[in-house]
Design a binder for this molecule. Structure first.
Ligand SMILES: [Zn+2]
Length: 237
């Protein structure tokens, strides 16, 4: 009886491990080596790098010109429909695989650590989800990206300062003007006085118009002498 229980237990663990660490490449289905996760070396090399982390006035940095002052802004990959990166992001956001976020964060951390333009921040801050949305998903995917990145850029993840007051879905029923009007109220701050003069790295999964990041910055810029950098995994334009 005892042995059976152990067998069932180990089968369950193996099953769970194969869910967390798929043993075949997400893109081409070839078997993965032990040190690989999600993508084989070949498919990884086909991801569409932007190189923006090595380009000061890159298109993502320019997206925020005249909107919010940033130290550094970059997306690491182009987001294109039907490509492998989109699959990875979907798995991370909608199929309950936070490990895909850790994986993407590790890739991002490696790229940033090689950039001479990127300065180590004091805190890595994932864009917060509304608490109701985070409960439903079970995790915040941007927090998982930040966790993957953290040891590679040698900075801690902070999820205490910034919080989200307004859920995105409730935004869709409002007029364009109302949405614009409450950009200042979407995010709020907890105990901001502790962060005066620090350098914060905001993390998002995909940047499209930059409006979410802009709303985060509107809240954060209430803190005196704050420096903000922005990194996203993907840029959709
Ligand atoms: Zn592959």
């Amino acid at each position: 009886m005892r042995k059976e229980q152990t067998n069932t237990g180990s089968k369950w663990v193996t099953g769970l491990m194969s869910l967390i660490y798929p043993s075949t490449c997400l893109s081409c289905c070839s078997p993965l080596y032990n040190h690989e996760s999600y993508l084989c070396k070949e498919c990884y090399s086909h991801l569409a790098l932007t190189g923006y982390e090595n380009l000061a006035d890159n298109p993502v940095a320019q997206l925020f010109w005249g909107r919010v002052p940033l130290e550094f802004a970059a997306s690491l990959f182009f987001y294109r429909k039907g490509e492998t990166l989109q699959q990875l992001i979907k798995i991370m956001k909608y199929r309950g695989e936070p490990e895909a976020g850790i994986y993407l964060g590790q890739i991002a951390g490696r790229l940033l650590s090689r950039s001479s333009l990127f300065a180590r921040p004091d805190y890595i801050m994932p864009v917060p989800l509304h608490p109701a949305k985070e409960r439903k998903r079970g995790y915040n995917q941007c927090e998982k990206i930040a966790e993957g990145m953290s040891p590679l850029i040698n900075a801690p993840v902070d999820t205490t300062l910034l919080f989200r007051r307004i859920n995105n879905s409730s935004q869709t029923t409002k007029s364009r003007y109302e949405r614009w009007e409450n950009v200042d109220t979407i995010f709020g701050l907890n105990q901001p006085e502790e962060y005066q003069g620090s350098h914060i790295l905001l993390i998002d999964d995909v940047i499209t118009t930059g409006s979410t990041i802009e709303a985060c910055c509107h809240a954060l810029l209430a803190i005196p002498d704050l420096k903000i950098s922005v990194v996203s995994i993907a840029y959709s334009h």
